[in-house]
Ligand binder design. Sequence first.
Ligand code: FMN
Length: 371
Amino acid sequence: MNKLLTKIFGFSSANPLYTAAGPTAANYELLKKAVEGGVGGIVTKTISVKPARVPIPNIYSTSPGSLINTELWSEYSYKQFIDEELPKIKSLGVPVILSLGYTPDDMTKLGEYLRNNYDFDAVEFSIHYVSKDITNITDIAASIKQNITVPVIAKFSPSISDIPGLVKALDPIVDGFAGINSVGPTFDFDIETLKPYMGSTDGRGWLSGRAILPIGLHFVSSIAANTSKPVFGVGGVRTAEDVIKYLMAGASAVQICSHAIINGPKVYEKINTNLLKWMDKKGYDSLDELIGLMKNFRREELNYLAEAPILKPIWISDNCNLCKSCATVCTHEAITFDSKKLIIDYNTCVSCGLCTTTCPHDALEFSTITI
Ligand SMILES: Cc1cc2nc3c(=O)[nH]c(=O)nc-3n(C[C@H](O)[C@H](O)[C@H](O)COP(=O)(O)O)c2cc1C
C-alpha cells in the first residue's frame, strides 16, 4: 500500500507534492526533471494571451530559503505552450494542472482555444496581477468555466483581505482552491550601487519561500474552514514537516516552487522519504488521516501573564549542552548560567515562550509551575 497516495479532484498522484507555477514548471524538459526527482503532479508556469516580457534580473535570494522575484508569467505564446509543450508534459504520466492568467477576457480567449480538448487534468487561475475586487475575481472564474470542463482551481493571492468572503463567492463556480501566490510588493537593493535587485521599473518584486510559510498556513486553514472543496497548500514548503502542516491546515496536497529552484529537482524525493518515515513512526496509514486536523482551530482557554496557571520554561538538563542560545534570545535577561547549571529567574521571565522554541536541543519546555 502506498501511504502517500493522494487523491484530489478525482485524480490520483503517487504523493502529495506538485510543482507550483514558476520556473521549475516552465516547459517539458524542466518538468521531466521534476518527475524524475519524485514530484507527484504538475502545475505549469502560468500562460496568458500575450507572452510575458520578462525584466532582468528577476530572481534574488533575500535570506536563506527565501526569494524575491519579478518573473511575471510564461514567455511562451499560449499556442506554442498548449500545442507543443503540453502534450509532452502530459506524456510524463502524472496529473497536469494548467495555470492560466489573468483577466476575464484572457480566460475567454484561452478557454476557447483549450475547448477542443487538449489533454490536461485541471486548470488553475492566478489572481495575482488583477483587481482583487470580488466581482472581478468571480468574473474570471465564470469566464474560464464557460469553456473548460475539467476542474477549475482559484489560486489566492496573499493580498486578499476577506478570505471567507472570496471563498464563499467563488465556491459555487470553482472546483477547488490553492493558496498562496508570492507576497508583496517587496523592495530590496544594493546600498553601494543604489540598484534594486529586481529589474522591474520600480525595483519591486514578490517574496516566496521559507519566509511566507506561516502566511500560506493562515490562508489554507481559513480557506478550508469555509469550503468543503479541495485546497492546495502553496508557500514556503521545504520539509516533510511543512507538508504535514499544510495537510493539517486543510490542504489535500501541496505545491513547491522556491525550494526546488534553490535546491534542485531532487528535493521532492527527500521530502517524500521523510514524510513516509514520520507517518510510519506516528502510525498513520494514509494522508487523509491528517487533512484538516487544524483547520477550525480555536483556543478554548487562554493563558495570561501573571494569572494562574503560571506557565514558564522548565529546564531539561539531560538535553542541554550549555550552548546558551536561550540566554541570548531572552530579551529580559531572565536566563543565566552558573557553572553547568541553567538558572531561570521566574520573576523576570515574561513567559513569551521564545527560548523554548529556539533551543536547538529541546532542553526547555513550556509548562505549568508553582512558584
Ligand atoms: C520565480 C518565480 C516565478 C513564479 N511564477 C509564477 C507564475 O507564473 N504563476 C503563478 O501563479 N505563480 C508564480 N509564482 C508563485 C509560486 O507559484 C508560488 O505560489 C509562490 O512562490 C509560493 O510558493 P514557494 O514558497 O514554494 O515558492 C512564481 C514564484 C517564483 C519564485
